[in-house]
Design a protein around this ligand. Structure first.
Ligand code: GLC
Ligand code: CA
Length: 548
């Protein structure tokens, strides 16, 4: 069986993880210092978001040099040490490859701006007059996706920030340059790669206006994306490494192709459909109550269809672009602990490779910033202005940001209860969340019943049970919107996972008789020997039946 099916992956956002030199910014040595903690979780890989040279307009996703390290984070020898030290502990390092675009500070783009035709063809430049962009496509961070360069009389495409210019994958030289980057990191000893928004790399032959949307239908899972991925993987020899593609607004059909081993593209895919169930009409900047039936339906569809077609999901709730899940679908109050554990169980027992985003394992929450000056993220500050332009009041806009901003997940990792949360000796680059006295690693390490210890148990269960690693998934209680429940089946091993997504007690459509079953894990005390008829607030139960 492929090793990634047994694995759990821990995501690190270095800027907010641990600051080793007291400048308020997390760094690579900080990760090295915390490797024993990471090891104690039982995870197999760490994926670090980009640490390459960058002007940091999008916190490193604007890469100016793929082969050198941003001094803010450390040096190349720190990265070498990280790889070695992680390796000693049996942990593989995965690097984040941002190949849809480069920073406009990259030397390729600088040469392009000087009119060097070779490098202009590395990007997507289109002729036009200053008053009319080539198409009406919108940037994912707000505003037009095109920027005019007066001295060239051309526009360049940027699906993200204006300082993130899209690369032209049609140009073989570009593809070859990017292969060199992969080989460089592979030779350094990294064990896997995460590919940033990789399903956006193939743009259409013709650029035309989108009469209904923001243009994404033309370039999402674009015309030659599978061909390009196959070529990249084959030419760099990474088919046996762990690879995950971040897929923006993708489809199951495409994710099957990206991750089916026979296609030799990637090990697995992230998709985000389950994280849009609280977007009003698909709009991230309009809040609505979560639609639990939709959540269940999306999980069922993605889990079952990927299974039927030999695809593989990366399963997750949190990352550096998402608000904290316990604030979103759980409870920050009375049931904080129960809900954090229940949400973890939902994901970790599924078919796919689970990802934990730093701080999730201790139940970190959104910080509830109420001043625009507390925000650092380019998307948040852009959208604050857009929301005001649309007629929202400042308070309304701030309320939306407090729920939706990417900074919700970027506050410093809460290591202990001291003033700078054990993250740094000085003022961190972004404010800490005020609940660090209750929610921190030190405290939870000392509490057997903590969220942290629950995560460790889930990771361990995956290692022990083939049914969790590679079992078939079957959903149960499908009509009960507040209960997410499924079975995982492998030969004579059957694991039943039942989760109450709500704060109220729910009655199960059918009583579970646990005769002959073993309780593997639950977030409430009790032996369940009487069977299970009702679930308490956010209750989660994992049962094993070995006698099929
Ligand atoms: C991905 C990253 C995000 C970044 C964007 C552009 O979605 O996760 O942080 O802003 O790509 O690179
Ligand atoms: Ca530092």
């Amino acid at each position: 069986m492929d090793d990634f099916k047994k694995s759990t992956i821990y995501q690190i956002y270095p800027k907010s993880f641990y600051d080793s030199n007291g400048d308020g910014i997390g760094d690579i040595r900080g990760i090295i210092e915390k490797l024993d903690y990471i090891k104690s979780l039982g995870v197999d890989y760490i994926w670090s978001t980009p640490v390459f040279v960058s002007p940091m307009n999008d916190n490193g996703y604007d890469v100016a040099d793929y082969l050198n390290i941003n001094p803010l984070f450390g040096t190349m020898s720190d990265v070498d040490d990280l790889i070695n030290e992680a390796d000693k502990r049996g942990i593989g390092v995965m690097m984040d490859m941002v190949f849809n675009h480069t920073s406009t500070e990259h030397e390729w783009f600088k040469k392009a701006l000087c009119g060097d035709e070779k490098y202009m063809d590395y990007y997507i430049f289109k002729d036009g007059s200053a008053d009319k962009p080539p198409t009406n496509w919108q940037s994912k961070f707000g505003g037009s996706a095109w920027e005019y360069v007066p001295k060239l009389g051309k526009w360049y495409l940027h699906l993200f920030d204006v300082t993130q210019a899209d690369l032209n994958w049609e140009n073989k030289e570009v593809r070859d340059e990017l292969k060199k980057v992969i080989k460089f990191w592979k030779d350094k000893g990294v064990r896997g790669f995460r590919f940033d928004v990789v399903n956006l790399i193939s743009k259409p032959d013709r650029f035309e206006d989108d009469s209904e949307g923001d243009g994404r239908k033309f370039y999402t899972d674009g015309p030659r994306v599978h061909e390009y991925l196959k070529e990249l993987v084959a030419d760099t020899g990474i088919e046996n490494m762990v690879t995950v593609g971040e897929m923006s607004s993708t489809s199951i059909e495409n994710c099957i192709r990206y991750s089916n081993p026979a296609e030799k593209e990637l090990s697995m895919c992230f998709n985000f459909h389950h994280l849009k169930i609280d977007y009003k009409d698909g709009n991230k900047w309009e809040i609505q109550e979560p639609d639990y039936m939709a959540l269940k339906e999306i999980f069922r569809e993605w889990q079952c269809r990927m299974q039927e077609n030999d695809g593989w999901n990366a399963v997750f709730w949190c990352n550096h672009d998402q608000p904290r899940i316990v604030s979103r679908l759980g409870s920050e109050g009375k049931y904080w602990k129960e809900s954090a554990k229940m949400l973890a169980a939902c994901i970790h027992m599924m078919r796919g490779t689970p990802y934990i985003y730093q701080g999730e394992e201790i139940g970190m929450t959104n910080p509830h910033f109420d001043d625009i000056h507390d925000y650092r993220d380019v998307e948040s500050t852009n959208y604050f202005k857009i929301l005001l332009d649309e007629g929202k009041s400042e308070d309304e806009a701030l309320e939306i940001l407090a729920a939706r901003s990417r900074d919700n997940s970027r506050t410093p990792m809460q290591w202990d209860g001291s003033a700078f949360v054990g993250f740094s000796e000085s003022e961190p680059w972004i404010k800490v969340s005020s609940n660090y006295g209750d929610i921190n690693v030190l405290r939870e390490e000392g509490d057997e019943d903590s969220v942290l210890n629950f995560y460790k148990k889930l990771i361990k269960l995956r290692k022990e049970y083939p049914a969790i690693q590679d079992g078939k998934i079957e959903f149960i209680f499908e009509s009960q919107d507040k209960v997410l429940a499924y079975k995982r089946i492998y030969e004579d091993q059957e694991i039943t996972v039942i989760n109450n997504l709500s704060e109220s007690e729910v009655e199960l459509p059918e009583e579970i008789n646990i005769q002959g079953m073993k309780l593997l894990l639950s977030n409430y005390k009790g032996d369940y020997s009487e069977g299970i008829k009702k679930l308490r607030a956010y209750e989660s139960v994992i049962l094993l039946n070995n006698k099929r």
